[in-house]
Design a protein around this ligand. Structure first.
Ligand code: ADP
Length: 167
């Protein structure tokens, strides 16, 4: 049984993330979506909210792909999280060259921590490649249309949260 771990902050989950999850499902028997607590990043949505939004998408993707999808919050070292869930591969998405440098370094260090866990990089469909949670939040905050970047449920949550915060 091949288990893959797809870690991230998912603040909030976007169509870019969903694209990568769908591709990841084709590669593994069980996909664990690792949700980093990431207090340092000062997330807009707390962990429970991010997990709930991911679970909603995970149910759909499971029905569509047949691959088991598990949502797993974690606060420890990525490589320890991979060991905890029995993952032999870590999945990451690559967008621009800017992602590459950071990811390159992460792979180099993670490999020294555990050489048996391989990192696999995936790229989203062209129209999903530029999507970043950070920019989606900024666009929504400025009342822009984010419907091409997130699901309707996430769009509603964003509008609700940003509206509430603006008051
Ligand atoms: P992190 O804090 O780990 O960067 P993110 O939630 O921003 O968390 O991203 C999680 C993973 O998803 C990362 O590997 C990131 O590169 C990837 N990703 C996010 N958006 C996209 C996208 N539009 N296309 C491809 N990969 C993406």
């Amino acid at each position: 049984m091949r288990i893959g771990l797809y870690p991230g902050t998912f603040d909030p989950i976007t169509l870019g993330h969903i694209d990568i999850i769908r591709r990841g499902c084709a590669l593994v028997d069980r996909l664990v979506i690792g949700v980093a607590i990431n207090r340092d990043k000062g997330p807009l949505f707390d962990l429970d909210e991010r997990v709930a939004m991911i679970k909603m998408q995970a149910r759909r993707l499971n029905a569509e792909t047949g691959t088991e999808i598990v949502v797993h919050p974690f606060e420890n070292l990525l490589i320890d999280c991979a060991r905890d869930v029995g993952a032999s591969i870590i999945l990451r998405g690559l967008r621009a060259v800017a992602d590459f440098e950071y990811e390159y370094q992460m792979v180099g260090m993670n490999r020294q921590l555990d050489a048996s866990i391989e990192t696999v990089f995936l790229m989203a469909e062209a129209q999903h490649q530029a999507i970043a949670s950070k920019l989606v939040k900024e666009i929504c905050r400025l009342s822009g249309d984010v419907s091409k970047f997130v699901t309707p449920e996430v769009e509603a949550a964003l509008k609700n949260r940003l509206h509430v915060e603006a008051r």
